[in-house]
Design a protein around this ligand. Structure first.
Ligand code: URA
Length: 210
């Protein structure tokens, strides 16, 4: 059975997402909102991290207090739009290692084509959190996870802002072991592979390229 689809419909996230969807929201606000939502999404996506108790001294007494244990983290951004979420996640997880996968969508087939791949050598020992704001057809996410598993990654999660039902189904069928966290599940894809109602092209909106 596929791992959980983790829909984070917190009022703060939904409020910020409304402004991201609005076509009148300028680039600087769009980028800031994405960063803020990414902070909250990674907070939820890491809710099940194991902890262990370590002895410390407060100014008043000794105590056993929890710290994160287990696998170290690696965030992997699917370029270029993933970088907009990466910044917010690194605000919360400043010590995480970072990998990048460059994929573009072939406009005819909508299939993912790789042009860049760089991840830490010890990716196999890390919990890998793959980020891309838009889970649309699922082709890029599936290709990224295939590539990461081929490079040795064994424990992976996927975090996005918006998901289409088609993308969730495709990703869960290709990678049932990977939990998906999203801020919203939209209605459908249009004929060009865009999420409806969506927010348009996430990369263009965050970098102001259109
Ligand atoms: N990528 C985007 O940026 N937007 C979509 O709606 C789908 C894929």
């Amino acid at each position: 059975m596929a791992k959980m689809f983790n829909l984070i419909n917190h009022p703060l996230i939904q409020h910020k997402l409304t402004f991201m969807r609005n076509e009148d929201t300028p680039t600087d606000n769009f980028r800031r909102l994405l960063r803020e939502i990414a902070q909250m999404l990674v907070y939820e996506a890491t809710r099940d991290l194991p902890t262990e108790l370590i002895p410390i001294r407060t100014p008043l007494t000794e105590m056993l207090s929890p710290v994160i244990s287990g696998k170290k983290l690696c965030l992997v951004s699917i370029l270029r739009a993933g970088n907009g979420m990466l910044d917010g996640m690194l605000d919360v997880l400043p010590a995480a290692r970072v990998g990048h996968i460059g994929l573009y969508r072939d406009p005819q087939t909508l299939e993912a084509v790789e042009y860049y791949f760089k991840v830490p050598d010890d990716i196999g020992e890390r919990l890998v959190i793959v980020v891309d704001p838009m889970l649309a057809t699922g082709h890029s996410a599936t290709a990224a996870l295939n590539r990461l598993k081929a490079a040795g990654a064994t424990t992976l999660k996927f975090v996005c802002l918006l998901a289409a039902p088609e993308g969730v189904a495709a990703l869960q069928s290709a990678h049932p072991d990977v939990e998906i966290t999203a801020a919203a599940l939209d209605e459908r894809l249009n004929d060009h592979g865009y999420i409806m109602p969506g927010l348009g092209d996430a990369g263009d909106r965050m970098f102001g390229t259109k």
